[in-house]
Design a protein around this ligand. Structure first.
Ligand code: MN
Ligand code: MN
Length: 315
């Protein structure tokens, strides 16, 4: 089904540092474009970090991820999947946030993803902080709760922050469960670690049945064993995959707002995505890449590579 229009600009025609940096050098096809209805998988940016509780910066993620994603070539090095021939992929632009109004931004994001749903486009998103995933799920999970696989060093299952405020990047999945967008018995969170304010997130997870695989269990059992369990848990249910870059050890991914040491290396970071084969992925994201803390650009390169790995699974 290779469509010439949806092929990336070749690095042999125009060097990778030249030209306008769309995601993976794909054509830019925003919703008002004549070919929008032909897009199968849309790469979207959400330049917004209004839910960030500590160090801001993921609002700059999509632009930096676009730049570093120009390094992605045509074929996966291990699986030999050629995603741009298997599906019509395009950079469909950014969701325009309102940087001074959180509820308005959540509504804007949901409205954008409803448009994608109506057009049959599966989204692969570059965040933004992890609160961005909630309004995405409000669109994608509207017809019934989804399963979810989450790579993260945090559960993001807290109830409130800052005196009862219910929306931050530490609360999205509690809200999504409450709103019936996620089925907690079909959720798995992998890589959880670090010091904690309290145990209320873990207590909630136990109460509703979210499976948490802390990082010590991840290392004790190994990638293959853990991912077998994750695939089994979501089964053939429509599944959202959310990838917080702070899942990865800060040696490999320092450019993020809430880093936690003692995590997987960059190879293991890719391995877990390669183990998603067979999962029915309805959408995916890579969030919390924070260019102001990413001096070498290495975190964004890893983030862009993770997007490519996810894309190869989605096609
Ligand atoms: Mn997170
Ligand atoms: Mn996190």
């Amino acid at each position: 089904m290779k469509d010439p229009f949806f092929q990336p600009v070749s690095g042999f025609d125009l060097p990778r540092y030249a030209g306008v940096p769309t995601f993976m050098r794909l054509p830019y096809v925003p919703p008002d474009h004549a070919r929008f209805a032909d897009v199968d998988i849309g790469l979207v940016g959400i330049p917004w970090d209004g839910g960030t509780s500590n160090r801001t910066g993921p609002r700059h993620g999509p632009r930096q991820l676009r730049d570093l994603s120009t390094m992605m070539r045509l074929e996966h090095g291990v699986t030999h999947v050629r995603p741009f021939e298997a599906a019509n992929c395009a950079d469909i632009g950014d969701v325009g946030p309102n940087p001074v109004d959180l509820p308005d931004t959540l509504d804007r994001i949901t409205a954008f993803y409803r448009t994608l749903q109506q057009s049959g486009i599966r989204p692969l998103t570059a965040g933004g902080d992890h609160l961005c995933t909630l309004p995405i799920l409000r669109a994608l999970g509207a017809d019934g709760p989804l399963a979810m696989i989450q790579f993260d060093s945090h559960t993001d299952l807290y109830d409130t922050h800052f005196g009862g405020f219910r929306y931050s990047h530490g609360t999205p999945f509690r809200r999504a469960i409450e709103e019936g967008l996620l089925d907690p018995t079909k959720m798995v969170q992998i890589g959880i670690r670090g010091s904690k304010a309290d145990q209320t997130d873990l207590e909630y997870a136990a109460e509703v049945g979210v499976r948490i695989i802390p990082v010590h269990e991840f290392f004790d059992r190994g990638v293959a064993h853990v991912m077998d369990e994750a695939r089994e848990r979501v089964g053939d249910h429509p599944t959202y995959v959310t990838y917080d870059i702070d899942f990865v050890d800060p040696t490999f991914a320092p450019g993020t707002g809430t880093p936690e040491v003692g995590g997987p290396n960059s190879y293991q970071a890719l391995q877990v995505v390669r183990a998603l084969t067979g999962v029915k992925i309805v959408g995916a994201d890579v969030v919390e890449v924070s260019p102001p803390f990413d001096q070498s650009g290495g975190t964004a390169l890893l983030g862009a590579t993770l997007m490519f790995e996810l894309l190869c699974q989605m096609v």
